[in-house]
Every structure is written in structure tokens, then in C-alpha cells.
Design a binder for this molecule. Structure first.
Ligand code: AGP
Length: 374
């Protein structure tokens, strides 16, 4: 039943729309909402004997490729905040090219939907040789990465058929947010923040149901962008990863050049591309970076940029005050979970662009679901 398209035309479409359910499954049994005197907490059975070692590590290194790397990047800030352990990022192939340093005092976290990606697997073998504690975050029980890591967590997103990863991405971020809560542990000082995140996690499937209602709006936007050569996506903070992931989706299925850009780097090069023709998505939902993104929008308006701004519900008028722009309004959630909501309209946009441009959504040319060669 899981691999049936049901009422959907394509697997990618089905997998985008089933995210409220896949996220519910990912969280099942892992979040504990206590009674009035019992704190809310989390449980990750596969890691419970290793949490002490992870907390004492010199650093946590996230390793992955493509969408899985982007998911880790989205989770990085909350892991840094709650664990207090430095977190670094490695694209698996680049770590291997450089033979970058991995130490026995490191915790290396391998993120892979398939659990079979050759680059990630070779990076795992390299980290094992170097004596790091290796943690796997995969969607495939029994996969080689799940078997070779010392411990880990399954994301339980259900079988993903579309080559473009969608529901696995959101489940990966949620698992890593739970991982951050587990490593961070309960302290008086972070209790309020933890509870807000746990409440946010419980509510996330509803928020995803909400954002999925933008389907027709994203189809209309896709119609406007159908003949474009290129699409830029600007994000920062928690949503730098959303910019990279949104651009990756557009590139790989709609076969349109797209680039995720760290908004803080805008003045250091990308600004030269801005004119009245190139469409630019700016992610400017409410978080600590909001005012900086407002200033980015103003600078883009000043250069007559063709803007599509993603903002929190109720912010449309203020984000577009400096000039014309199209707005995508999404529900507000706790900052570290906002990337889970924000990526959905971009997944829908990539999906509709692909169908309208007449390309194969589930099997994009030249790509395989699982890249088992280096
Ligand atoms: C995702 O849409 C891509 N098809 C690709 O980037 C993928 O995420 C990457 O190959 C890693 O795969 P994995 O998660 O199975 O390791």
C-alpha cells in the first residue's frame, strides 16, 4: 500500500502531501508530554547508552550528501544551542577528497535517507578508522550505514520512491531536533525553550496540513515561472538550508538552474545578478534574522529585484512595503522547526514547475534514488 500512488499522479506529489502523517510516524514514541508536574521530554532508544559520550565529545560532525546534508545544516543551530558542543558540517565527498581531520573524541553523525550512498558510506568507514563515535540517521532499516554505525536513529518516514527527497528531508530535521533535545538534556535554564520546541513538534503535522493548502498558489506561481532560466533562493540562519534545499529541488526535477544563497553573502557577489527579470525567492519568516532579511528585501527592491517573499502569516504588508512583490505566507512555528514548514511551498513549486515544463518528476534525467557509486 505504501508504494501505491493512491489518488496522486506522481510519487513526489504523494510524498509531499503525506508529510503530516510521515512526521507523526517519525515522532511516535519519541516525545513525552508529562502531566502537570512532569517535564516534557524526549526518548531516542537507539542512542540512550551513548548520550553521555556524545555530550563529552570534542565536536559533533554532520556528514551527508545532497538533501541529507541540507537537513543536517537546518538542524545545526539548534544542536549547537542545546548541546553546547561545536557542530561542524561535512559534505561526504569533500571530507574524503581532503582526508579532513576526524578524531577519536569526535561524534560523527551520518545522515542518509537510503543508508546506501557510497560517498557517505566511505566517509563512515574513514571515521570508523579514525576512532570517532559514529551515529547513523537513516530511513532504511538494515541499510549498510545503519548497520555499520555504532548507534543511531531511524527516521521512520516510510518508503520514499521519488528521486527528489521530500518527506525524508522533513523527518530528518525533526529527528535531529529531537536529537538536540536529547543531547541537551533537562536543565532549569533551558526548560522553557525545550518545552516550546516539544510543543512545536506536537503541533507540526497540523502546521504542515496548513502549508499544504498553498498547493494551488504554488501551481499559479509555477505558471508564472515556467519559462525562466534561473531562480535564486535567499535564506539565512535556520533557513539557509531551506534556500539550498528549495534550489536543489527546482534544479533536480524542474531542470531549471537554481541557486540557494546565504543572504548575508548577498553584497559579496550575488547582488550583481539582481535586475527586474531574474526571479528571487527571499525567505523572511519570523526569527532572530527577520530584521536583517527585511533589510535584504529593501536592498533588492532598490535594485528593482523581482521578488517572491516567504513570510509569516500577517507580515505580508510589512515585508513588501518597499516595492512590488509576490508573497507566500506560512504559519509561524518555533524557529528551529520553521525550516520544516518553509520547505513545503518550495517542494510544491518544484513539483508543479516540473509537471508544467513536461519533465519526469519521479525519475529526473541522469539521477538515481540511491547513488551507490563514487
Ligand atoms: C535528493 O533530492 C537528492 N536526490 C539527493 O541529493 C540525495 O539527497 C543524496 O543523493 C543523498 O542520498 P541519501 O540521503 O540516500 O544518502
Amino acid at each position: 500500500e505504501q508504494i501505491n500512488k493512491g489518488k496522486y499522479e506522481h510519487y513526489m506529489q504523494k510524498e509531499i502531501h503525506e508529510q503530516p502523517e510521515s512526521l507523526t510516524t517519525t515522532m511516535r514514541g519519541r516525545l513525552i508530554r508529562g502531566g502537570s508536574c512532569k517535564a516534557k521530554t524526549v526518548l531516542l532508544g537507539g542512542l540512550k547508552d551513548h548520550l553521555k559520550t556524545i555530550r563529552r565529545s570534542r565536536r559533533i560532525v554532520f556528514i551527508g550528501c545532497g538533501t541529507s546534508y541540507n537537513a543536517a545544516l537546518a538542524a545545526r543551530p539548534i544542536l549547537e544551542e542545546l548541546s553546547g558542543v561545536p557542530v561542524t558540517m561535512e559534505i561526504a565527498s569533500d571530507l574524503l577528497d581532503r582526508q579532513g581531520p576526524i578524531y577519536r573524541e569526535d561524534t560523527a553523525v551520518f545522515v542518509s535517507q537510503s543508508g546506501e550512498t557510497a560517498d557517505t558510506l566511505h566517509a563512515l568507514e574513514y571515521a570508523l578508522e579514525n576512532g570517532a563515535l559514529c551515529v547513523g540517521i537513516t530511513n532504511t532499516v538494515g541499510s549498510v550505514i545503519a548497520r555499520k554505525t555504532h548507534c543511531g536513529v531511524h527516521i521512520n518516514a516510510g518508503c520514499e520512491i521519488g528521486v527528489a527527497s521530500t518527506k525524508a528531508y522533513t523527518s530528518q530535521i525533526v529527528v535531529m531536533a529531537i536529537l538536540a533535545l536529547a543531547i541537551g538534556g533537562d536543565t532549569i535554564s533551558n526548560q522553557e525553550r525545550r518545552e516550546a520546541i516539544i510543543d512545536g513538534l506536537f503541533d507540526l503535522p497540523n502546521k504542515i496540513r496548513d502549508v499544504l493548502k498553498l498547493d494551488q498558489e504554488m501551481k499559479d506561481l509555477a505558471k508564472l515561472l515556467i519559462a525562466e532560466q534561473s531562480l535564486l533562493v535567499f535564506g539565512r540562519g535556520y533557513n539557509y538550508a531551506t534556500a539550498l534545499e528549495g534550489a536543489l529541488k527546482v534544479k533536480e526535477v524542474a531542470l531549471m538552474h537554481s541557486e540557494g544563497i546565504l543572504a548575508g553573502e548577498m553584497k559579496h557577489g550575488p547582488l550583481a545578478l539582481v535586475d527586474e527579470n531574474l526571479p528571487i525567492v527571499v525567505i523572511a519568516t519570523r526569527d532572530a534574522c527577520f530584521s536583517k532579511q527585511q533589510s535584504v528585501i529593501q536592498q533588492l527592491h532598490a535594485r528593482k529585484g523581482r521578488l517572491i517573499v516567504m513570510c509569516s502569516k500577517g507580515d505580508a504588508a510589512s515585508v513588501c512595503s518597499g516595492g512590488a512583490c509576490r508573497v507566500i505566507e506560512v504559519s509561524y512555528v518555533e524557529d528551529c522547526l520553521q525550516p520544516v514548514v518553509n520547505v513545503v511551498p518550495l517542494q510544491l513549486l518544484a513539483y508543479h514547475l516540473t509537471v508544467l515544463r513536461g519533465y519526469n518528476v519521479d525519475q529526473p534525467r541522469n539521477l538515481a534514488k540511491s547513488v551507490t557509486t563514487q
